[in-house]
Design a protein around this ligand. Structure first.
Ligand SMILES: Cc1cc2nc3c(=O)[nH]c(=O)nc-3n(C[C@H](O)[C@H](O)[C@H](O)COP(=O)(O)OP(=O)(O)OC[C@H]3O[C@@H](n4cnc5c(N)ncnc54)[C@H](O)[C@@H]3O)c2cc1C
Length: 377
């Protein structure tokens, strides 16, 4: 049997993991490598922080999914790919050979301080659950000032959901959102205006066009000379692809994403494929959002099926536009489709419906029945 390694068990690999049986019937032995038994869905991460969702509702039991379909799950982290030997090395020293390697290694949040970064990164998504529970616990006995750093969609959703958490716990919580540019610059300007209006009403402070110079204990120094004290800080400033490809000498873009062609195939090594945040798609730049990772999943699977007999590969054709809905944390959402924008309860209900439908598709291993203690990432 030819050896297929699925490196990383994130959004882009869910479709292949669900179809491991077919991959085995096509002549592969399938090994999935990931750092934990569960993978958490980012779209519901801010709601997980606020306590709107329980962990079991927001995760996929990737080990169970793999094993139930005849695959092998190796709990570990890939350190290096040796493309000339067709081998991957794991952090514990173990190495595994492959005939075909598919990479879904995701991205990491860029740290804010070189040495001791006092902020909690928004990824992995389970950090948001941990943060929410710790903040709720501390609010029982003290007032808290929480900084959310980063004015993109993730930062906005987290600030809004933190505010809701403060209301739920009836604690004294002061939420501040810091952004190096205006908030939501990637979206139509109306989105920014609606969020600023909503946050002003809810008492969430927003500082735009400010950069952090440095952290000093529980204070952050801004480049405009101001200082902000905080008790808890969350880093949502941006992500970069896994470092594994650059360390392995594979072809990468400036930010370290694995360079792939229209077939999601590494440009120099045809046995290596990739999808999601960890790649740089050569035919055109793509935003690193879950929408693309999920849409690439079935194309990647089809190409893995035919990779070894060298069958004809399917091109990934990115959709030009996608629907965005932000969860603002107060029961309302902010929906954007092209230049059309609206906010309110209905927008949140649409998001909740889409998110739950996505979860139902891949929650095939009794996820809801486990408590958070069961996760081991
Ligand atoms: C708070 C937040 C909210 C978001 N909301 C949305 C949204 O609503 N809609 C949207 O489109 N996008 C959203 N995004 C972006 C979205 O999360 C990413 O684009 C998406 O997760 C990318 O999927 P992926 O499959 O590439 O990576 P991931 O889903 O992150 O999967 C990567 C997997 O690889 C594993 N891994 C990493 N390194 C290694 C290693 N060395 N060895 C083995 N395994 C490894 C990780 O543990 C993980 O399981 C959000 C992001 C954040 C932070």
């Amino acid at each position: 049997m030819k050896k297929l390694i699925l490196a990383g068990a994130g959004h882009a690999h869910l479709f292949s993991i669900l179809h491991i049986g077919q991959l085995i019937r096509a002549g592969y032995s399938v090994t999935v490598i990931g750092p934990g038994d569960y993978h958490y869905y980012s779209g519901m991460g801010p709601g997980l922080l606020a306590g709107l969702y329980q962990p079991g509702e927001t995760r996929f039991a990737v080990r169970k999914m793999t094993e139930a379909r005849g695959g092998k799950f190796v709990c570990g982290s890939i350190e290096l790919i040796q493309p000339d030997l067709n081998r991957v090395q794991l952090s514990g020293g173990q190495s595994l050979d492959y005939d075909v390697l598919s990479c879904n290694l995701g991205s990491n949040v860029v740290p804010l301080a070189p040495a001791e970064d006092p902020t909690l990164p928004v990824k992995p998504i389970e950090n948001l659950y941990t943060a929410g529970r710790e903040i709720a616990r501390r609010l029982q006995k003290e007032s808290l000032r929480v900084l959310v750093i980063g004015g993109g969609a993730a930062g906005v959703e987290i600030a809004g959901n933190l505010c809701h958490l403060g209301e739920l716990t009836k604690g004294s919580l002061d939420v501040t959102l810091l952004s190096q540019s205006d908030i939501l610059t990637r979206y139509v300007p109306k989105m920014r205006r609606l969020v600023l209006a909503s946050f002003t009403r809810r008492g969430i402070h927003v500082y735009e066009q400010v950069s952090i110079s440095r952290f000093s204990g529980q204070e952050v120094m801004l480049d405009n000379g101001n200082t902000l004290p905080f008790d808890y800080a969350i880093n949502a400033t941006g992500i970069r692809p896994s470092r594994v490809f650059r360390s392995s000498g594979l072809p990468v873009s400036n930010d370290g994403g694995l360079l792939v062609n229209q077939y999601l195939q590494c440009i120099n090594y045809p046995r290596i494929f990739g999808a999601g945040d960890c790649i740089s798609f050569l035919p055109q730049p793509l935003e690193r959002v879950g929408v693309y990772a999920v849409r690439q999943g079935p194309v990647l699977y089809q190409n893995l099926l035919v990779a070894l007999p060298c069958g004809s590969l399917r091109a990934f054709r990115p959709q030009a536009r996608y629907l965005s809905i932000l969860n603002l944390g107060d029961g309302s959402g902010l929906l954007a489709w092209r230049s059309f924008v609206f906010s309110g309860r209905l927008a949140f209900l649409v998001k909740n419906y889409i998110d739950k439908k996505f979860m139902n598709r891949f929650q095939v291993s009794g996820e809801i029945n486990f408590d958070f203690g069961g996760h081991n990432t």
